[in-house]
Design a protein around this ligand. Structure first.
Ligand SMILES: [Zn+2]
Length: 292
């Protein structure tokens, strides 16, 4: 059973693989922040709320990734509530082919439409239309995904979505999905202004020291940049670099992991190219990347 934990005032979290935020607006109604992976997660959230005599007034999605948005359809259908997300993220939920297509770089094979790439299609409203309680604020957290947002509840609790990963996740997974490295560096820098506030990352324990976690995440990004730069003292294609990284980091041989690694390599190359740290050239039709 998942733990229902009071964080501060009217702000709670349901402890699941993705932390679910709950803000009690009074009269037994709550705003939910994220919905978990699938219908099963949604059912667990709804029964946890039922035990607390709470009803869902609306759902706020931090972003469209399946482990955040996958339960939204079930929750909306069972409660009749509206689901809200940022301008960009709602497009992804309403067009579920887009997220795997962005990660894969083309229309995705069925092999890729597994657990974490399988958000059901449902209607999502623009977050700007939400009649949010006084003191609730939304703030952009680009980097991990294009239009990701965080939520500050009126109790001064900050749900910071996937802007930071837990140290253990970085150490074990090594590759955590990232849309835009440049934006992620900026978000990690900005998030340090929340140091001392109660922050709830989606996949780490609530913390008053978000700055420390932001620094650990920044170091990890720098490590990946460095790794790629060192590797590119020998010119290689994106696929060759991906294979090298998969071997050096001992990554599992699955379709999803390979695509994720390929995507990570590409997005870091974009960052390094924009900072004039790598160049590309063609040799016998092969596109080769090398350290500048
Ligand atoms: Zn995510």
């Amino acid at each position: 059973m998942f733990e229902f934990e009071k964080l501060r005032g009217n702000t709670y979290r349901i402890c699941m693989p993705t932390n679910i935020g709950v803000y009690d607006t009074g009269n037994g109604e709550v705003l939910l922040i994220d919905t978990g992976l699938n219908d099963r997660s949604a059912q667990r959230i709804l029964s946890a709320l039922e035990k607390m005599n709470m009803r869902v007034r609306a759902v706020i999605l931090t972003h469209a990734h399946t482990d955040h948005a996958g339960g939204g359809k079930c929750i909306a259908e069972q409660t009749g509530c509206d689901v809200y997300a940022s301008e960009v993220e709602r497009i992804f939920v309403e067009n579920p082919d887009l997220e795997p297509a962005v990660v894969y770089g083309a229309f995705p094979c069925r092999d890729f439409r597994v657990k974490f790439m399988n958000t059901p299609k449902y209607r999502v409203r623009d977050l700007r239309e939400l009649d949010a309680p006084e003191g609730m604020e939304f703030f952009p957290l680009p980097g991990h995904f294009a239009g990701m947002v965080g939520v500050k509840t009126p109790d001064d609790v900050y749900f910071v979505a996937d802007s930071v990963n837990a140290q253990k996740t970085l150490e074990t997974a090594k590759i955590c999905y990232l849309f835009d490295v440049e934006a992620q560096f900026e978000t990690l820098e900005w998030i340090k202004c929340l140091d001392g506030k109660l922050c709830v990352p989606s996949h780490a324990e609530p913390t008053l020291e978000i700055g420390k976690l932001a620094d650990i995440n920044r170091e990890h990004l720098l490590m990946l940049n460095d790794y790629i730069l060192k590797s590119l003292t020998t010119a290689m294609t994106v696929e060759e670099l991906t294979v090298k990284m998969s071997r050096d980091f001992d990554l599992v041989e699955t379709y999803a992991q390979y695509v994720l690694t390929l995507s990570e390599v590409r997005t870091h190359l974009t960052y390094l190219r924009h900072h004039s740290l790598v160049n590309f050239r063609f040799e016998d039709k092969r596109m080769l990347w090398e350290k500048a």
